[in-house]
Design a protein around this ligand. Sequence first.
Ligand SMILES: Cc1ncc(COP(=O)(O)O)c(C=O)c1O
Ligand SMILES: N[C@@H](CCCC[NH3+])C(=O)O
Length: 430
Amino acid sequence: MNHFHYLAGEMHCESVALSRIAADVGTPTYVYSSATIERHATVFRDAVKDCGCGNSLVAYAVKANTTGALLKLIADCGLGADIVSGGELIRARRAGIPADKIVYSGVGKNLDEMELALREGIYQFNFESEEEAEMLSRVATRLGMEARVAFRVNPDVEAGTHAKISTGGATDKFGIPAHRIIPAYRRAMELPGLKVQGIAVHIGSQLTDLEPLRLAYQELGRMIAELRAEEVPIQVADLGGGLGVPYVAGDPSPPSPEDYGRMVAEVTAGWDVRLVFEPGRVIVGNAGVLLTRVMLVKEGQPDPFVVVDAGMNDLMRPAMYDAWHDVFAVRQQSRRRRSSIVGPVCESSDVLAKSRDVEEAHEGDLLAIMTAGAYGAVMASNYNSRGRPAEVLVRGGEYAVIRERETLDDVVRNEVAEPVWTGEQRSAAA
Ligand SMILES: Cc1ncc(COP(=O)(O)O)c(C=O)c1O
Ligand SMILES: N[C@@H](CCCC[NH3+])C(=O)O
């Protein structure tokens, strides 16, 4: 369910016409609906609230979309944050997410990031290796602090999603395999500065079948029992994120948060733990579109190329994962024409929609690339010296720019125009 819909043949977000945003802010621009985000946050929270001990923590996976105003909205819905870097920690805190609602995942946290997270007092570090436990112990001891920790298990299950977004297979870099879990916890319990409290799992993203999740959670349940038999005090089970969203209008396949919540309640019954969830895409995916303008239409083989002003640098997903995003004309057209929608970037993979039966497009038309709220703006780059797109948040009948479009000055800001070579630095110091 989202808040993008047609009114008198024109696509609106809530009640704001996308053509108005394009006229005021330009294109390409990401447009988000605050009502959709609030709704998804609430629906997810309600779907899992009775699972586990009933005091579940829903920690939004900040990587899906980190724009400050959007994070603030999610914080106001009471969600915590799942972070993967010091930068995401700072963003989450600035958005008002309390430290005790923050969990920290990721295979490579550096010492500075560990120190920052410790000083902030986050809820839990999810270790992805035994080495991380040693590192954090040293940091915590030096600071005279104690870190609450968990290990992420790699359950070796086939998530049934795109290979590049699967994370729970034996050859993926994430987590540690089941056979190393007990020794890892034994060691962590001996290390100073660590307080073992939980266990975590996350097998991938855009999952449209609950079975792989069920298998992973059952494996987690077995591990909790084994760990408790070894007197490891597991009180928290972090079930990760991964719930998919429909990328094709009307696609019924992704399970609803309610179905997911029922499955979780069933599998985790009797675990006697606090559950943590890390949803990303399901909160923001359908809350955003990328608004773009047709620059020209050129003949092509086998279909015409509709060249738009958004490219793979603005929305990487089609080039990177062959991802499908519906493309609709902002002003509905009755004629249709098989076309490829392509960006201006100098790469053959800069194709947003390949040979699609779409509404016929003409120079100057506006198009909406749908379901672009998650892993869209966050993955944008400056490739081809293109400024990253603007972002706009709609609320009721009004909207606000929440990120300005980058100018060329912004793009080159950190470059040093007149390099100072090391030899010159030495002679200046002498
Ligand atoms: C550890 C972890 N948690 C949560 C997420 C969020 O996943 P999703 O956006 O699919 O819910 C990810 C991304 O795959 C992740 O790596
Ligand atoms: N960036 C991916 C999701 C990765 C999730 C993080 N592990 C996507 O756009 O689908």
